[in-house]
Each structure stands twice: as structure tokens, then as C-alpha cells.
Design a binder for this molecule. Sequence first.
Ligand SMILES: Cc1ncc(COP(=O)(O)O)c(C=O)c1O
Length: 372
Amino acid sequence: MRKLEDRCSSQWPEININNERFLNFCSNDYLGMSSNQRVLDRVSRELKTFGFGSAGAALLTGRCTLHSELEVKLADYTGQESALLFSSGYLANLGAICSLISKEDWVFHDRLNHASLIDAVLMTGSRHRRYPHLMVPSNSAPIGKKSFLITESVFSMDGDKICLNSLSNYCIENNSTLYIDDAHGFGVLGEGQGVAYELKNLSGECPEILIMITLGKALGSSGGVVLGPKRIIDFLTQNSRPFIYDTAPPPVVAAAALEALSILQESRGALTKKLQGNINFFRKAAKGACLPITQSTSPIQPILIGDAKVALGVERDLKKLKIYARAIRPPTVPKGTSRLRITLSSQHTEAQILDLINALKEVLANGYKATS
Ligand SMILES: Cc1ncc(COP(=O)(O)O)c(C=O)c1O
């Protein structure tokens, strides 16, 4: 059997498909944590102590000290009172939203929210309104009704970011709870704390806030965590079916996230700075090459193409140049907005980013039309 250490080191930001190597510009492993040597060593060690599977539901025998240590450390790092670990971000969204929102309540949610948020809202049976992307809802719930505003922080397919101040003010004015899916903000915004970093800069009062972070992106592991006031997290622990009736995540999954979190904390912002440096470098070079990039300043840098078949053609031609970036098509994005979703990491070198720019220039010059 291959040792864990042999598996990785050079795996990111390259990817091996059918024994061919490609430059990887489509992973959400924004900080290269999934192949970080410290993470691999920790997993190796904990594997010997805890074995692999958790073999039980969280409230029965499925949890060990690593699961609770992860919750405590994440709550502490983000300045939240308490946290609850689910097997995935998808289940965390379903588990929190479906337990806290009933048919009598009202939900206002961004038109471009992730599928897991949309599914969760539909499952609640609540009255809901989708407001225009990145705007503030233009209406509110009837007097006496409980309401929730649900949004991503950094949007998964566009890479653009909410105005936390405006949404927070809306929630204060309307006594709404603000639920933020920070899947693509955690490890990226602030020094790594994600949207929580920006809470302290809010100009006014802070509404009741719940934050969901995924462990499968910047932390390079797997799972989802809901963070917020202790009384709400305690309620979820006792009532959230996707938490209660699901086999707990393997201990080593929690261990990988714990080690990645330590690396992030110890970096004191150096890792996010490196990532932002790469984003700025890409954007400057792309502008210089007249590539049709968007306003996004996150690691998610879409190139809007429009037609789904054309987007697939661009993906295919980039692959011939050894660049792996995926085309995203409906229903993941609205019809007519198919795109190439490029993601950047702190691990990319400037030379690799220039390879990407040159490949994009060559492919887009081949008659493909991209829209800016
Ligand atoms: C915004 C957002 N929320 C939730 C999820 C689901 O997270 P997970 O993959 O951990 O189930 C994703 C995953 O792609 C996502 O992008």
C-alpha cells in the first residue's frame, strides 16, 4: 500500500487524469490544505489511534474528542458562541434551515444561492421570496411573522461578495435572522476567518446570525459546520435530523480539518495574503491580455461564455493545452450564462498563472466568443 506521504506533495496544483498531468484551475482547495504535509502527517497519526470510520451516529457512539475539539476551535476562531459539525455542507444547510424554519415563517433568499440552500428552503414549506442577486430584499414579512434572510457570502459560481452591512441593517430593521453560507468565504476573507472577520466592522447593531462553513474547500477536508448562538446550536443538536440520524464524519476527517485550521491560524493572514496576491496577479495579467473577466476579487474567477456548448468547447480546448478548468452550465447557473469557472489557489505560481492566461488567450482567439 502506498504511504499517505507519497500520495501528494506535488498533487496540487497539478492534477492527474488518465495518467496525463494538467494544471488544476478548478479545485476549491484554495489553500492547498488537502495535500499539505502537516495535514497528511496528522491524519496518519490519528488513523492509528482512531481507525477510519466513525461507525455510529453522533449522539450514540460516532463522535470522539476530535469532533468536539474541532467545533470548539472553529467557534473560537470565528468569534461565535458555539458550533455543530455535520457530515457535509449540504447536510449542514438542510439540517439547520429545516429545523429552524417552519411553514409559518418567511424567507428572503438571494436568487443565485447554492442548490443546498434552495432545497432546504423548499423543504421548510415556508413562504419565500427570491430577491435579485446581491441586492437587499425590497419587502418584508407581515407583522408578527418570523423571518430569515439567507445568502452566501462569496457566491460559488460568480465569486462576487455580499454587502454585509446592507443585509445586516435589513435584518435589524425587520427583526430577521441572517443565515450566511460561508463555504467560499472561510479561509479566504479576512485573515481566514471568513465572513465572521467582517462582523466586527459592522456599522450598526448585529442581527441574530448563523454562519455555515464547509470543511471541504479552504480546509481541504470534508464536512460542514453551523456556527452561532449557543441556544440555537443546542437546539440543532437535539432536533436536526441530518445531524442526529447520520453517521458522524470519520475522526480523521475532523483531524485533517483541525490541522488545516491550526496552519491557517498560525499563518496570521499570510496564507490569505498569498492567495489574494495570486488573485491580483491573475486579474492584472488577464486585463493586460484583454480577457473578459468579471468584477470578482475572490479565488473564483469566471469567464462568462453564454452558450453551454461553446463553454464545453473552451474547456475541451484548454485541456488540449494541459489546463484543467471546468465549464459550468444550467441548471447550476441560469440559462445563457454558461461559463468557465476558474479557481485560484495560494499554491499556484505566477508562471502557472501565466500559462493559464496564455492558454485562455489562444483558445478564445480561436473564434469562441466570451462576454464581459
Ligand atoms: C455555497 C455552497 N454551499 C454548500 C455547499 C455544499 O457543501 P458540501 O460539498 O460540503 O456538501 C457547497 C459545495 O459546493 C457550496 O458551494
